[in-house]
Design a protein around this ligand. Structure first.
Ligand SMILES: Cc1cc2nc3c(=O)[nH]c(=O)nc-3n(C[C@H](O)[C@H](O)[C@H](O)COP(=O)(O)OP(=O)(O)OC[C@H]3O[C@@H](n4cnc5c(N)ncnc54)[C@H](O)[C@@H]3O)c2cc1C
Ligand SMILES: *[C@@H]1O[C@H](CO)[C@@H](O)[C@H](O)[C@H]1NC(C)=O
Ligand SMILES: CC(=O)N[C@H]1CO[C@H](CO)[C@@H](O)[C@@H]1O
Length: 496
């Protein structure tokens, strides 16, 4: 099949690149990607910290196993370490929470032992599983995941921990607070009070112990791009408006307006991040989005999760340690947001991941910080961030001499073409909102030409939202929608 219809894809992240790849493969000869920035990859962004390759955006393949298309591509291109390919690795099912070997430090400078941490962790893990059952069963008792966890912990602590001394019990509640903050990072939300309990279980995990790309995640994008005709992507060309539903012309009913060019197209695939869409939907579409679609764009959550990468000359954690948790001993209220962001934003930085293997990375930690506190952190100078992180680590280790060698933080909220990190079903959301996101324009039943505007990107996947594999699958999905549209047409109409 050869199809000459003009297709414009907006955004050169993994979803846009995947859509282009599949269309070109199927014989579409008129495909273009228009990208606002100077690079492809979007939220897949590999950088350097000294001599080390580090990730500023996506970090892991979540659930690297046969069913995961990112894993399959990474295997095909030979981008993974042998351990990641092992069948044993693919079989491990950790339900989105890899069993990292932890070190836990308290705000008084004490290191907790595994026994101290165990009880709180077990209760929290149990509640996450219970919390995710309401999406299929309905009947959720409270609106948010935060409310649910707080009330359930209080109830269970009163029963199970009633013979425990007050200090230990309080410390366990402080640990729950930390775990809530970490869950904000995983879900990309400001607070778990903003994550809807009724939709919490929509997200699905795949088996496989999360793995990374030793040569950088961008290698995935580069390999897919290398199979595309050169010049397919136009860079530094932000799209300002998509004029659709032009009924005067049968051919190319969509006009993509950029600063320097107006591009007529038969079909447009929008892959811009939900954060960008929320901010710019009123000017990005002419005519505007239908109301039900607009409401879903507004209802779905899109939050900020940033990394603070910190390099040290020497490790201050155990040799086998894979992640470090910080517990504030005055936070037994299970509140996962700070009251004074400017003074206390650093309290939201609740965990570090140790980059492994050490032979490759040296002694580098990746700190995680979500929410408005994270957005505020982005506005500070690198010196300010370094100073505050140094104070934090000195306090929690009780070692006043620890000094980071280098620091690098991401700034996803202030990235103008992203406006945050990834999406989550907020309070009030249901499966229907994700379905509304997917629906092409014009809507079914319209007399106008079908499939003028299609929607892909991480936030349009019904169960793998917030991930690279989710984004990739949505690009393929929308390409397939066009491919089947043209293959079901009579040859004369398909512009052979
Ligand atoms: C800190 C962080 C950590 C993450 N960790 C992981 C992880 O470990 N594992 C995982 O699976 N996922 C992770 N993710 C999520 C993952 O990166 C994304 O889900 C995925 O990369 C999104 O791909 P996309 O194509 O949907 O969007 P994007 O990659 O955001 O691509 C959209 C593109 O559209 C462009 N654009 C926007 N507006 C316009 C415009 N007006 N005109 C033209 N172009 C425009 C943007 O510049 C961008 O290039 C992480 C994300 C972040 C931020
Ligand atoms: C699209 O055009 C048709 C035909 O002119 C019109 O009936 C319809 O209302 C338009 N849709 C939108 C969303 O403007
Ligand atoms: C709404 C949402 O994304 N919830 C997810 C938060 O993260 C945990 C762990 O990955 C998932 O289990 C939830 O489904």
């Amino acid at each position: 099949m050869y199809v000459n219809a003009k297709i414009v894809i907006i955004g050169s992240g993994i979803s846009g690149v995947a859509a282009a790849h599949r269309l070109v493969d199927a014989g579409f000869r008129n495909v273009r990607i228009i990208e606002a920035t100077a690079r492809s990859g979007g939220r897949i962004k590999t950088g350097r910290l000294g001599d080390n390759i580090i990730e500023i955006g996506a970090n892991w393949i979540h659930g690297p196993s046969e069913e995961n298309p990112v894993f399959r591509l990474a295997c095909k291109y030979g981008l993974l370490d042998p351990e990641a390919l092992a069948p044993e690795n693919q079989a491990i099912d950790c339900g989105g929470h890899p069993p990292f070997v932890p070190n836990t430090f308290c705000s008084s400078g004490r290191k907790l032992n595994a026994e101290d941490v165990h009880h709180a962790q077990e209760m929290f893990a149990e509640l996450l599983v219970e919390g995710s059952t309401f999406a299929t069963q309905g009947g959720e008792p409270l609106v948010s995941v935060g409310d649910f966890i707080r009330s359930a912990v209080l109830q269970r602590a009163a029963e199970k921990w009633k013979d425990i001394d007050a200090t230990t019990r309080s410390l366990r509640l402080c640990m729950i607070t930390s775990m809530l903050k970490l869950e904000c990072c995983i879900n990309g939300s400001h607070s778990m009070d903003e994550v809807g309990l009724g939709a919490y279980g929509l997200y699905k995990t795949l088996p496989g112990l999360d793995c990374t790309f030793p040569g950088g995640y961008e290698g995935l994008v580069k390999n897919v791009m290398s199979e595309l005709p050169s010049g397919l992507v136009t860079y530094n060309q932000p799209v300002r408006c998509v004029h659709w539903n032009n009924t005067e012309r049968r051919e190319n009913p969509v006009m993509v307006e950029c600063d320097e060019e107006r591009i007529a197209a038969e079909h447009v695939i929008i892959t811009v991040p939900l954060g960008y869409l929320k901010k710019h939907q009123s000017t990005l579409f002419d005519p505007p989005l239908p109301l039900h679609k607009l409401h879903s764009v507004q209802r779905l959550g899109f939050g900020t999760n940033n990394k603070i990468l910190v390099e040290f000359d020497e490790p201050w954690w155990d040799a086998d340690c894979e992640s470090i948790y910080l517990v504030w001993e005055d936070e037994d209220g299970m509140v996962d947001q700070v009251t004074d962001v400017q003074r206390s934003w650093i309290r939201k930085l609740c965990a570090f991941t140790v980059l492994k293997p050490t032979e490759r990375y040296g002694h580098v930690l990746c700190g995680w910080i979500a929410g408005h506190e994270s957005e505020y952190m982005e506005t500070l100078s690198e010196q300010d961030v370094t100073h505050t992180v140094t104070q934090l680590i000195r306090r929690f280790t009780g070692n006043p001499t620890i000094t980071p060698k280098r620091i690098l933080r991401s700034q996803w909220f202030h990235e103008p073409w992203t406006c945050g990190s990834y999406s989550y079903p907020a309070v009030g959301c249901s499966e229907q909102d994700l379905e509304n996101m997917v629906e092409p324009l014009p809507m079914k039943g319209s007399q106008s030409q079908p499939l003028q505007v299609l929607f892909a990107g991480e936030a349009t996947h019904p169960c793998y939202y917030s991930t690279v594999h989710g984004a990739l699958l949505t690009g393929w999905r929308e390409a397939d929608r066009l491919i089947s549209h043209y293959s079901s047409m009579s040859p004369s109409k398909s512009k052979l």
